[in-house]
Design a protein around this ligand. Sequence first.
Ligand code: ADP
Ligand code: MN
Ligand code: MN
Ligand code: MN
Ligand code: MN
Length: 380
Amino acid sequence: RNIQKKLFIRLFSQENFTCGVSTTTSPLNAHYKHYIKLPLPEDKILATYIWIDGSGIAMRSKDRILEEIPYDLSMVPKWAFDGSSTGQAKTNNSDTHLIPSAIYKDPFRKSPHVIVLCETYNGDGSPTLTNHRAHCAKIMSKLSDQEPWFGIEQEYTMFDSDLWPLGWPKVRGYPVTKSQYSYCGVGEHIAGRDLVECHTRACVYSGMNFGGTNAEVMKGSWEFQIGTTSGIKAADDLWVGRYLLNRIAEHFGVIISYHPKPMGKEHPGIGCHHNFSTEKMRSDEGIKEIERVCKILCEKHKTTIKNYGLGDGDENKKRLTGKFETASFDTCRWGIADRGASIRLTRSVATEHKGYLEDRRPAGDCDPYRVCALIAETCL
Ligand code: ADP
Ligand code: MN
Ligand code: MN
Ligand code: MN
Ligand code: MN
């Protein structure tokens, strides 16, 4: 149990063995099917408020009945929760506020029920330590005349309930298949496609700007993409995408990890590439602006890299080794079509002299609000 506990803390960055992640299977039995079909009065809307907890990566949610369908944020009441149970407040000052910031259709209960993404604030009105959205929203509104676009690629790993990657041989066995067959692979080279299919459909249904999915280099790991979308919506959508993924994984008895190097140095890492462009970059000779931004991003590398992963970004060191299509943690360089660079420009940037940049440094467990804000700041 001790070994399991250590593994759990490493993978999910949480001290509490049972907290935050559900491993129960939904009771898809006759009783469940009865209750789920009970017709509800038309003026009762179920709203699931979701937020990022004090760990900075796990999410929490609680439900509330609304009296009318919320068409915009002003129709969703503010709410509060016990921050001392989520690592966000002390017991003697525990009321933490939920401020609705985006509404999505609920793919579990279906429309008109909703999911409400919230920011968290302390009793004194300041953002909680893991509320990085507040700052990001300010940066995005300053930059709005430059029309910033983001596309985010979220990689993740599926673990079985025994905390071993899905599809890997039991009794601590390693995949026989070479990892080069798993990327976009089929058949025995991949695992967990049914879960991915459910997640794709739930995300598209919810109204987020979902871009696509693919199986990743390590067996049992996958990627989904958000965007291309403008301003803060990409980061909002990414967090809702994570929430839906963790919820759907409950049905499968699977645990989702965003850890940047879950299986040690012999196996591929888990990243969260951030693609970015402004109107200027997308216009003729935008390559000049792209190169200007790349230069600033690399100059600031040493001070900003700690914002590219959970907490102080330390675990990302294990991933950014120069191996498995990554650059080293200690240096920053950019290059065209170079997957070993920190920041990659697609080949089309070289041929068309315009386009976007791909910051490949963020870890799978980064907060996209922190990363998007830092990238966007280079244009202010
Ligand atoms: P790869 O795995 O080769 O890096 P993906 O297709 O997984 O490519 O991801 C490409 C990402 O780039 C997508 O998230 C997409 O939204 C984003 N993207 C494409 N064009 C732009 C653009 N002009 N500005 C910002 N992001 C973009
Ligand atoms: Mn209570
Ligand atoms: Mn990708
Ligand atoms: Mn990828
Ligand atoms: Mn990429």
